[in-house]
Ligand binder design. Sequence first.
Ligand code: PLP
Length: 385
Amino acid sequence: MLRELRRTIEEMPISQIREIANDAIGLEDMIPLWFGEPDIATPDFIYNTAIEAMKAGHTFYTPNRGIPELRDAISSYTKQLYNIPIDPDRVTVTASGMSGIMISNQLLVEPGTNVVCPVPLWPNIRGTIDILGGEFRAVPLRLINKSWELDLDQLFQSVDQQTRAIFINSPNNPTGWIMSSDQQQALLKFCRDRGLWLIADEVYARIVYGMRHAPSFLEHSDPEDRLIIINSFSKPWAMTGWRLGWLITPKRFGKTLEMMNEFNFAGAATFTQMAGITALRHGEAFLTDQIKRYEDARDLVYERFSTHPKITMGWPEGAFYAFFSVAGMTNGLAFCRKLVQEARVGLVPGTTFAAPEEGWLRLCFANSLETLNTAIDRLEEHLDK
Ligand SMILES: Cc1ncc(COP(=O)(O)O)c(C=O)c1O
């Protein structure tokens, strides 16, 4: 008799981020720093567009790859940001960055193939590869003098005949590592030479400090390269609950992506897409303010952690996470559970992100300085016990 579910699904572990959150939600006086999202709601100039769109009757299906005006807006935004032309035919709207990741991997991953990924990495990326029966092949980033580094030769050596794609998340969740433009060019060349796909998760492209955007593979690529860029409205415009993102791919996959969207979600919500147009066209001032807040938060957390005798932390160049290790901690999940119960602070263990060793934790600093100071006071007290 067949087993009730596919073996891969039955054997998948549940997300440790959810495990911690499930323990903690509902506890009084909790400071939740586990999910990766801004602490403020979507600004009114964005949500008003959605309300108006609903009132005007924009409640029907849209074309699978997104409404043309949004695809044009994404193309103009990208062109303006990187100073390169992007044909709107290369743009596919997705129902979130997450669904963009799933669809990209559905195109490429099958049993017997592997995807090479620098780690630590947001666990949902591995989850999609696992579900599809592929092998997640991890290459560890290294912390050298407070800076996260990728050894490209090591990454190249991890590639074999069964490698379909290399998955790069830069700026990286959880470390804040940003791949340099030089490394991007070298990797792109390697992928071209080997006929490999490059999947670039650039959802934190705008969550960067001291620059307007992180280097993008788009800046060095040709339109027909085997390159998929994944992006999302969630992080820059505080729209995590809206579930809206986009892909940029070679134009020749337009029909294929139309079909993939059809079978995954049959088009993102209409009024959400309309709000997305507003975010792209009028969201720069909001984004600039947010980045300033995150930058102050990063500086505070870094200052406090880097002067703590038990804590080691790399400098996050982008994204909004502190990824740090605590000397002597041998079980991150148990530590986080205890921290929830005894200190009412919610963090996530580094092993969730395929960190190569125990002892690491992630904290999301997209929060007020007051909240972060209280959370760090409590964590320090807990560590002193
Ligand atoms: C690296 C990375 N990629 C993609 C996403 C997905 O974002 P969303 O599905 O909200 O667009 C996240 C969310 O945390 C992320 O950290």
